[in-house]
Design a protein around this ligand. Sequence first.
Ligand SMILES: Cc1ncc(COP(=O)(O)O)c(C=O)c1O
Length: 400
Amino acid sequence: MKENQSRIGNLGAQRLNEIAFSGIRKVFDTVRKLESDGRDIIHWQIGRTDFDTPGHIKAAAIDSLNRGDVHYAPNRGVPALRKAIAEQTARETGIDVAEDGQVIVMTGANEGVLVSMLAFLNPGDEVLIPSPNWPHYKACASIAGGVPVEVDTKEEDRFALSAERVAEHITPRTKILCVTSPGNPTGCVQTKETLQALANLAIEHNLIVVSDEIYNRIYFGDDARTAASIYSIPGMQERTIIVNGFSKTYSMDGWRLGWTVASPEVTLMLLKIRQYTTVCVSTFSQHGAAVGLTGDQAPVEERVAAFAERRSIIVEGLRSIPGVSVAEPLGAFYAFPNIGSFGKSSEEMADYLLQEHGIAAVAGNVFGSAGEGFIRIAYSCSTDDCRRGIERMAKALASL
Ligand SMILES: Cc1ncc(COP(=O)(O)O)c(C=O)c1O
């Protein structure tokens, strides 16, 4: 028994040692405490949108509930939602998707990631995870008995994933490559050329690609309405699991709704696990979400436009602060400024900004070792707060 551990604590599974409490949650706790002491805080820590779910989606869920949709849904999801997801994915990727065999409605994108790991990893299998990145891939890989392997990305490459660097980390145990585009915490979007190079590697080494596209419609590039998907590349449909969801695009994070799209063969493998994880998502939420995809898309367009405006304020503001650099984020609602020149670690800087200047951001190292020297700013706040935050940050850094 470990020192200071109770007899019950000692019963905990070994996998608990591989999993940390979320560094993002820690910031939330401190913010709550400071606000209860009357402090004015700029909320740059929140990885969710500050908008409400569009009214027509809520109304459709309420109608569904009133109709009596209170029983289990099929494990794969209700047909209306699967159809909407299949059609949406086909529009975005240019590849036909079968609503019956290729779509599973998940309890958020997170369940899509976890189920993918559980379906493909044997103990000791390796998962390549670009760093910095959303910490859940690492935790989900560990829960499934896999070994997360970080592949560093760099600010000077705008945090693009280098196929050469990925190749250096491939071993006979490598099973899954995670691709997140647009990315959290950097807002990086992988180019079509990068995706092609990664696809070549995945095909050569027989890897599954978990392609997290949850921010694909919060995209600021002028070449397309959505960020490119690796699923579109010939040869990738059999080995790619698209993970996507409603949390960001439709401000439905509390609804816990996402999906996977994969080949019929892979979908059956995912489904085997999914039957026993969350079984299904609540039926009436799925009917609301279906209307989200098929109904009026104006709210999505308005929100993306609002994010674009905030992004300009944040990126231009950060670049005007001496000693700070920031790679241009092309998607999502994050900026990942380099604060390494101020002689503080990421955690010290995040603490300093919060405690001394009322700016809540997340230390970059929470997102992997390559995030050291950076902080994550989520511009899911009003344009006023974006401006106020930049002014505060300029002052805070000038006084160091
Ligand atoms: C890259 C990425 N994927 C997935 C999620 C979570 O999605 P969901 O709420 O659908 O589980 C997040 C949330 O922050 C994210 O940043």
